[in-house]
Design a binder for this molecule. Sequence first.
Ligand code: NAP
Length: 296
Amino acid sequence: MIIDGKEISKKVKDSLLPRIECLAKKGIVPGLAVVLIGDDPASKVYVSMKSKAFISMNLVSETFRLPADIDQGSVLSLIDDLNKSEKFHGVLVQLPVPDHLDSMEILQAIDPDKDADGLHPTNMGRMLLGIECPLACTPHGIIMLLKYSKIDTSGQHIIVLGRSNIVGKPIANLLIQKREMGNATVTICHTRTRNLKEITRQADILIAAIGKPEFVDRSFVKKGVVIIDVGVNRVDDPTSKRGYRLVGDVKFDEVKEIAGAITPVPGGVGPMTISMLITNTLYLAEKYETKRSEGI
Ligand code: NAP
């Protein structure tokens, strides 16, 4: 089975429409502010995709472009303004930011109640404890991909390749929660893991988030494995108009022959990340409306 992220993403977005209509009746249109710093081509593409998705659902999305040499204080000052703005219920800073900036301080400057990416330490802590909050978008998207594909995680041995703050750590934590789409036995692997293939071959579900083009080949997996390929890597391709093509962390053509289910790149995890960003912004707008109606 090829897990179609575009189709599932559409289903997720459709499921949000009644909630968006309900807010509209109260005069609220969920709004997202995106802060884009510098000229990284991939970041520009991601921001434009996010913005298009919001606009296609008649939601507000505005991008604040800052030069690559901006100083930390100016970024924090913009975030402070966005935190106070009534127009935006969600704020996100597109990562990575230029090296001279402190990304951790920037993420912490976002009001946790406007944290559209779900990466603020407060929300990471809530997620770990199982308290309702905006969840990190890519991990949440992976959970929804599995859920809509009717792949139960309970009791499964799930191997996560990669331990980043935005994918590896949060997805591992969501999968061990004692609730639906949790209850998995999770192993996290990284560059210091010994005998990597011996471990990955035990996976019922393998989530690859390492940023290494087509690193996972058939020798890493057992027959019937479910593969979630998070990686998005540009590789040179003179036959393509753009001069490159996108590949995942998994050798798709080879591994799909033995996998029970697999996500493609593009068209797998990527569209889900955007749907979960919309889900979070809507959730934050609903929280804002509840507080407003209670006069808080
Ligand atoms: P990251 O911050 O660079 O982290 C990569 C992780 O992979 C690190 O923990 C690293 O281990 C581990 N790793 C690297 N090479 C490895 C190897 N050979 N064996 C075992 N572990 C290895 O990456 P990220 O931000 O999580 O992103 C990972 C990939 O997902 C990238 O291609 C990124 O573009 C993609 N991504 C896609 C989406 C989407 O929406 N589709 C969203 C986010 C990210 P150490 O910790 O030991 O260095």
